[in-house]
Design a binder for this molecule. Structure first.
Ligand code: URP
Ligand code: ZN
Ligand code: ZN
Length: 472
């Protein structure tokens, strides 16, 4: 496509799906933003097409806003190693999967400032991303200076802060530190994101299991019971209530935790939650696979039961779960997951997924669990609203960035590490057949995936985010 300022492109004849509508329409793109969404073949579309640099035929396809994945860990340090996707490889895989914006987690090192953490992550991402990107900040060292810095980060467009009730001695914050950060957030409008698992109790269970000789991957699951996710979720909600700040629970996996979110929302508290594809499609049985294979599925919170899975799908329908994000945190099986052979507590926590979120959730549509609009809402529109990116991202309304996916609902594909684009030697969904496939992707009006040919460049931009648009 010509890169002149007024470059025009038309996506013709597709079914345009947004969080609130579903219509046969043409999408007109001009100067990198959506200019109009208009009835197929309308005069406006015809006139526009005559002067267009390019017309893409989307007949028989869905046309949806680019996916927004608000939970990724590219190039994240873990001990002596790093997650296996760099910003370059991970965001390229995201494009293959129809995601055009990620929000990754910058991490504050102990004893260092938030600004240092942000600069480190900005250096890793700048000039390397195929998608647009933003950052959350992980608070690991809450003190008076950190609290003051939170205001500054909000001004810089880093408007959400993740805290951990798990991982004592690494990321863990005390209830007092959490309350202090929430009080600050109540003042500056930031959103506190919580990893809600009772890490102190979990560490005790881990020590006991290892002492018994229970060292294989499945004990990762049994030492992180749903009750301790439910308890931490309850506590986080009460701390948010006392501080008057909104709260977002990341990677919610258990029905017990969801029940706490539901109660809080029924009381009128601004509490929101995300779940992840692996909790919707995989269960704890994967961790009990023969040999060490279960390590491929070790993440925190751990995979849960079928009943939990059913509750999560219900939560997506009722909107008690607002967002599906991947928590893409890839560690190769060979050499990285291997670090925990003989001691499950040393298995790097996390699973890959940035490439398959849109496809997996589309299976939920085919299974009658989600409507097409809800599919778009939980994967693009709601995450954009939650994290202050809307309507620039997550929408197809005039003026929005022309981040657009043409999705072919009739192509069947098989997920495999042999063919995926993430830099990791296994897939959690190896051999799974999915119906529907991302065909073409536009990032700010430029075609970056053209009928399954990657033609993008690392032209992704940092997006300074606004405040959460759901919080009261
Ligand atoms: O196991 C997980 N989820 N790893 C990534 C880090 C986190 O807690 O999100
Ligand atoms: Zn977490
Ligand atoms: Zn994570």
């Amino acid at each position: 496509m010509a890169s002149s300022k007024l470059a025009r492109l038309v996506i013709r004849g597709g079914t345009v799906i947004t969080a609130s509508s579903n219509q046969l329409a043409d999408v007109l793109v001009e100067d990198r933003v959506v200019a109009a969404v208009t009835a197929t073949g309308s005069d406006l579309s015809r006139n526009f097409s005559e002067a267009a640099d390019r017309v893409l035929d989307a007949t028989g396809r869905y046309v949806i806003p680019g996916g927004v994945d608000v939970h990724t860990h590219m190039e994240m340090p873990f001990g002596e190693t790093y997650t296996s996707d760099t910003f370059e490889t991970g965001t390229r895989a995201a494009i293959w999967g129809g995601t055009t914006t990620i929000v990754d987690f910058a991490i504050q090192s102990h004893g260092a400032s938030l600004q240092d953490g942000l600069e480190t992550w900005s250096r890793k991402a700048a000039g390397n991303c195929a998608t647009d990107y933003g950052f959350h900040m992980v608070l690991t060292d809450v003190n008076e200076s950190t609290l003051r810095e939170m205001d500054q980060l909000v001004e810089q467009g880093v408007t959400s802060f993740k805290m951990f009730m798990a991982y004592p001695g690494v990321f863990y914050s005390t209830d007092g530190q959490i309350l202090a950060a929430m009080q600050r957030a109540a003042g500056n409008g930031a959103l506190i994101q919580m990893h809600a698992e009772n890490g102190i109790a979990i560490d005790r269970l881990v020590t006991e299991a290892l002492a018994r000789g229970d060292v294989s991957p499945r004990f990762h699951g049994s030492t992180r019971p749903a009750a301790l996710e439910g308890e931490a979720t309850h506590r986080a909600i009460q701390l948010a209530r006392v501080s008057g700040s909104p709260l977002y629970i990341v990677h919610l996996s258990a029905e017990e935790a969801l029940a706490e979110v539901l109660d809080a929302r029924d009381r009128g508290q601004s509490v929101f939650a995300e779940t992840c594809p692996h909790y919707l499609f995989l269960t704890q049985h994967e961790m009990a696979r023969d040999g060490f294979d279960g390590a491929k599925f070790v993440c925190s919170p751990p995979l849960r039961s079928h009943d939990d899975q059913n509750a999560l799908w219900r939560g997506l329908v009722t909107d008690d779960l607002s967002v599906v994000a991947t928590d893409h945190c890839p560690f190769c099986f060979k050499e990285q997951k291997e670090l925990g052979r003989g001691d499950f507590s040393k298995i790097p926590n996390g699973v890959p997924g940035v490439e398959h979120r849109m496809d997996l959730l589309y299976q939920g549509v085919l299974q009658g669990k989600l409507t097409l609009s809800r599919w778009v809402e939980v994967t693009a529109t709601a995450p954009a609203r939650m994290f202050g990116l809307y309507p620039q991202k997550g929408s197809l309304q005039p003026g929005a960035d022309a981040d657009i996916v043409i999705y072919d609902p009739r192509t069947q594909a098989t997920i495999s590490a042999e063919t995926h684009h993430m830099s990791i030697d296994y897939s959690c969904y190896e051999g799974m057949t999915v119906m529907g496939q991302v065909e073409t992707v536009l990032l700010r009006g430029s075609v970056v995936l053209d009928k399954r040919q990657y033609v993008g460049t690392p032209s992704g931009r940092f997006i300074a985010r606004g405040l959460c648009q759901y919080a009261r």
